[in-house]
Design a protein around this ligand. Structure first.
Ligand code: AHR
Length: 366
C-alpha cells in the first residue's frame, strides 16, 4: 500500500476519532469486539480474517514486541506471527525488545526508516511515547497499540487489549466473596507485581488495592517480580523469610510469577492453594496456569487475552478501505477457579461468571 494514501487515511481516522471524543479507558465497558460463548476458556470469536493484501500487494508490518518473559508473551507473539504471515500476504518485521524501553524506541524508529506500512507496538512502559509517535505520524505510518496502554500520547490509530484495572478489581471482588464463603475474616496479602511502569502492572495493582482499601485488608508488601518465573521465585523467597506465618494471601500478577512463587513457598514449607494455608491468585490464565488451577494449587486465575492479532488485522482492513477503526478494542476475558462454590461475582456493577477449570478448557487455551 502506498505511503501517501496511508498517511491520508491515518489523518482522517485520527481526526474522526478526536471529533467522536472517545471515552477514557476506565470509563469504557470491558466489551469484547466479537460475540463469545461463556463459559468456555478463551473462545472469543476472532474476526473473519480475509487479508487486506488480497489485492496482491505485500503489506509490511513492524511489530515491536515487549520481550519473551512469559507464556502469555509467547502466545501473543505467535498470534501475530500466525495472522501476519507471508502466506496471508504480509511481511512481518518482528523485534523482541527484551523488556528494554530504549530498544523498543529504537525498533520503532527502525520501522520508520524501513518505511513499513503499519507499526504495531506493545509498549513495555506506558510513558515516553509522544516524540516517537509524532515521528510515526509525520512519516504517515499508522500505529496500532496492543495489550499495554500508552498514557502520554494519543498519536496512534487504535489500541487492542485488556482492562487491567478490571482484572485487579475482579481478583479483589473474588477474594472478598471467597473469604466470606470460607469464613476467613482477616486478609494479610503479599503482592508480586509485574514489570514496573507497565500498564498491566499499574492497572492490576490499582484494582486490587482499591478493594483491599475498601475492605480494610492489609497488603503487607508489594514488589516487582518482573512478570517472570525467576522474579516470582526470588520475591516470594524473600517474602517467606520476612513475613513468616504472617500472610494468608499471595497475589501474583501473572502465571509465570505464580509458578516461581509456588516453588519458593514449597521450599519454605508454606502450603498454598485450595487445601493450603495461603490463597494463591494469578493473572493470565494461560494453559500452564490453568493446569495449576485445576490441580488446586492456584485458587483463581484472571484471564488476560493475548490473541489480539485478528482484531489488529480488522483495524488494518478498516484503514485500508478508508474507514475509521475503533480507538479502543477490548478483548473478552474469563475468570477461572478450582472450586464450584461461587458461580459469579460483580465487578464495576456487572455480574460475570466464574468458570471451574476442566481438561477441555485447558486444551482449548493458549
Ligand atoms: O502485558 C501483559 C502482561 O505481560 C501479561 O500478564 C504478562 O504475562 C506479560 O508478560
Amino acid at each position: 500500500m502506498k505511503r501517501k494514501l496511508i498517511g491520508l487515511l491515518l489523518c482522517a481516522a485520527m481526526t474522526a476519532t478526536m471529533l467522536a471524543g472517545c471515552g477514557s479507558k476506565e470509563e469504557a465497558p470491558a466489551q469484547a469486539p466479537a460475540e463469545t460463548e461463556a463459559p468456555a476458556g478463551n473462545d472469543a470469536e476472532a474476526p473473519e480474517t480475509e487479508a487486506p493484501a488480497a489485492s496482491g500487494d505485500v503489506i509490511t508490518i513492524g511489530f515491536a514486541q515487549v520481550g519473551h518473559e512469559s507464556d502469555w508473551r509467547t502466545a501473543s507473539t505467535k498470534s501475530c506471527q500466525d495472522v501476519f504471515s507471508a502466506e496471508n500476504g504480509y511481511d512481518l518485521q518482528f523485534v523482541d525488545c527484551d523488556n528494554d524501553s530504549a530498544v523498543q524506541l529504537e525498533a520503532v524508529r527502525g520501522f520508520i526508516e524501513q518505511d513499513v506500512d503499519y507499526i504495531i507496538i506493545d509498549p513495555i512502559v506506558s510513558t515516553g511515547w509522544d516524540t516517537v509517535l509524532t515521528e510515526c505520524e509525520d512519516a504517515g505510518i499508522p500505529v496500532i497499540v496492543i495489550d499495554r496502554t500508552i498514557d502520554d500520547s494519543d498519536k496512534y490509530v487504535s489500541w487492542v487489549g485488556s482492562n487491567f484495572k478490571t482484572e485487579g478489581l475482579a481478583a479483589g471482588e473474588w477474594l472478598k466473596a471467597y473469604a466470606a464463603e470460607k469464613g476467613i475474616t482477616e486478609i494479610n496479602a503479599l503482592v508480586i507485581e509485574g514489570s514496573t511502569g507497565a500498564s498491566a502492572t499499574i492497572g492490576r495493582t490499582e484494582g486490587f488495592k482499591e478493594i483491599a482499601d475498601r475492605e480494610g485488608w492489609t497488603i503487607l508488601d508489594s514488589q516487582s517480580g518482573d512478570f517472570t518465573q525467576d522474579g516470582g521465585a526470588e520475591v516470594m523467597e524473600s517474602y517467606c523469610k520476612s513475613y513468616e506465618g504472617k500472610f494468608n494471601v499471595v497475589v501474583c500478577q501473572n502465571d509465570n510469577e505464580a509458578f516461581g512463587a509456588m516453588d519458593a513457598m514449597k521450599q519454605a514449607g508454606v502450603s498454598y492453594g485450595v487445601n493450603g494455608d495461603v490463597i494463591l491468585i494469578s493473572f493470565d490464565a494461560c494453559s500452564a496456569g490453568l493446569e495449576f488451577v485445576k490441580s488446586g494449587d492456584i485458587n483463581a486465575d484472571f484471564e488476560c487475552n493475548p490473541l489480539a492479532a485478528p482484531f489488529v488485522e480488522e483495524v488494518i482492513k478498516t484503514l485500508a478501505s478508508g474507514g475509521t477503526p475503533e480507538k479502543e478494542v477490548y478483548m473478552e476475558e474469563h475468570w477461572f477457579v478450582n472450586e464450584d462454590i461461587l458461580s459469579s461475582i460483580e465487578v464495576n456493577g456487572e455480574t460475570q461468571n466464574l468458570t471451574v477449570v476442566t481438561d477441555e478448557i485447558i486444551a482449548a487455551q493458549y
